[in-house]
Design a protein around this ligand. Sequence first.
Ligand code: ZN
Length: 292
Amino acid sequence: MADTPSFETVSYDDPAPHVARITMNRPKARNAQDLAMTYDLNAAFDLAARDEDVKVIVLAGADPHFSAGHDLSGDGGKTWRDFPMVGTWGGFDPAGAEGRFARESEIYQGMTERWRNLPKPTIAAVQGKCIAGGLMLAWACDIIIAADDAEFRDPVLEMGVCGVEFFAHPWEVGPRKAKEWLFTADWLTAEAARQLGMVNQVVPRDGLMPAVLEMAERIARKPAFALKLTKQAVNQSQDSMGRPAAMAQSFALHQLCHSHNMQVHGIPVDPGGLPEGMRGRFTKRKSDEAAE
Ligand code: ZN
C-alpha cells in the first residue's frame, strides 16, 4: 500500500497482507455517525475497494463501543455542501419531507446499500454497544465477528419511528424475532445474535481483532475475482428474494414516521423516546423553521 491516507474521523491501515482496516475513530462520541464520518467511511471504503492489493476490508470501531448510531447532536456546523455527494437525488435544504428524504436517501439508506455491495469481502469487528445506525454499519459487512460483550439494539421505535433507515432486521434475524426485538427495543446479546445467524462468531473481547485478522488473512489467500463473484452471487440470491423492494418500502414508511412526528411534535422523532439529555439538542432544521 502507498502512503497511509488520513481522514478526520476514521483511521486506515493495513494490519495484514492484502487486508485493509477502517477504524471509526470518534470514541468520545461512541463512534456516532455524523456527516463527516459518513463521507470519511465512504472515501475509505472506496480507497480499499480500488486498491488492487487489498482483498479483504475490516470495519472496526475505536474502543469502548463499536457505534452508538447516528449522531443526533448534529453535524458540527457542517452541511451536505461540505462533502462529496454520491447520489443524485438532490441537496438536503428543502423544507419538510423533501430535504429529509434527500438526506436519508443519501447518507443512510444509499450509503449503507453502497457499502453492502462493495465488491470485496468485508468483516465487521463489533465490541460494546452497537445501536440503531450502528447496526446498519455492521450489517453492511459480509461477516460480523463480535466480542462477547457486544450488544445490539434498535430503539428507534421508542422515538416514534419504525426502525432504522436500512431496514434489514427481518433479513438478519428472521421476521418473528425481528418483531419481538423491535417491539420491545430490547438488547440482543452477541451470543443470541450468533444463534439467530446475524453474527458469525463470538470471541473474548481481547481476542476480537486477532480473530478478525485471522479470518481476514485466510480469506485474503483466496483468488480475488472468485471472492468478488461469490459475494455478488450471495448478495444477488438475497436480492432475488425481494430484499431491495422490501427495504425501499420500509424506507418510505420510515419517512412517513418522520413527517408524522414533524406534524405532531415539531421535530422528526417523538421526544418521549429520546435519550436523556438529548431532547433540548434535537432541534428543527433551519429550512423547516423558515417554512412555518
Ligand atoms: Zn430517519
